[in-house]
Design a protein. Structure first.
Length: 317
């Protein structure tokens, strides 16, 4: 089914926005689930993006499912893009989808034909370091599509340990989505790096979007898993404070910055010098259905978006 073109604003009339489609006419979209994925928030984010002409280079240090990147890519002709993450398996996945999407598709087709409980746990037990890059990428997608709630979680040894989900017919292979994502990733620079490395590359005029693991707002929301290049597996208050320092330094440098996080006393305090806007999100990755629902989150920006629609979202100026 052909996706409809979006009519984004980004300070230009919708007819002037160059919507980026692949040869099949499909808009790029996330091809994996990810905790805190932003697909559901894109309609709200549209009012907060900088003007199209103000985006020199786009940088995303916590790429996750890439929802914001794919959204911007479909609206704006981004000249240069750097996508990074601390998760080596995730960056390998993006690199293979960019450079060898047909190889990933072939391996996923085999996983689809073999899918069973026995196959799931056999694939989960495999050491990704002993696999080819394309096989590692297909393994990530297969496990992501068939595990419980689409979680990505590893143990202290770095082994994926999420159990199999109860799905009657999981969509293991979406050829059109993978090919559209591959086209969108063409020319994109990918890097496995700690978020502080953004300081080494970001320059005045760059647009940087941060989507870190959220600061927990309660004992029941402590999902802060962060499989990082340096071996760390959590993202705590110390990391949140370091990220706020990075944000402040980049703001002084002249970068346009947008950051998502939970609405908590800590995050309000850390970003009190900047414009804080509120958005509403549905929490979908939780083991208990009674703890899934609409929650408030914040988006921190250091610039004034085009138009006036964003002004009603401001909760702390």
């Amino acid at each position: 089914m052909r996706s409809r073109r979006r009519s984004g604003s980004l300070s230009q009339p919708a007819t002037q926005i160059p919507v980026q489609e692949d040869e099949t006419g499909l808009l790029p979209r996330p091809f994996i689930k990810w905790a805190g994925g932003k697909t559901q928030l894109l309609a709200q984010f549209e009012r907060l993006y900088p003007a199209a002409g103000d985006i020199g280079r786009y940088i995303e240090p916590f790429v996750g499912s890439g929802a914001v990147f794919f959204d911007l890519r479909s609206r704006v002709r981004l000249r240069r893009v750097l996508l990074a993450d601390g998760n080596e398996e995730l960056i390998n996945l993006y690199r293979c989808v960019r450079d060898d999407v047909e190889g990933v598709i072939r391996r996923l087709a085999r996983h689809r034909s073999l899918h069973s409980e026995e196959h799931f746990y056999d694939v989960r037990a495999r050491d990704p370091r002993r696999l080819s890059d394309a096989a590692r990428a297909a393994r990530v997608i297969y496990l992501n599509r068939t595990c419980f709630n689409g979680l990505y979680r590893v143990n202290r040894d770095g082994r994926f340990n999420v159990p199999m989900g109860r799905y009657e017919n999981p969509k293991i292979l979406d050829v059109a989505a993978l090919r559209a994502a591959s086209a969108a990733l063409h020319g994109v620079k990918l890097k496995c790096a700690h978020f502080r490395k953004t300081l080494d590359v970001a320059r005045k005029g760059d647009f940087v979007y941060f989507d870190p693991p959220y600061h927990p707002i309660s004992e029941t929301s402590r999902f802060t898993a962060y499989a990082a290049c340096d071996g760390r597996a959590s993202f705590g208050e110390k990391d949140q404070k370091e990220l706020a320092r990075v944000y402040t330094r980049l703001a002084r440098r002249g970068c346009r910055l947008m950051l998502s996080n939970s609405d908590s006393p800590l995050t309000r305090r850390l970003y009190r010098r900047f414009r804080i806007c509120g958005v509403k999100a549905r929490r979908s990755i939780n083991s208990r259905s009674d703890r899934r629902g609409i929650i408030g989150e914040i988006v921190v920006i250091n610039y004034e978006p085009p138009g006036t629609a964003w002004q009603e979202m401001v909760v702390q100026a």
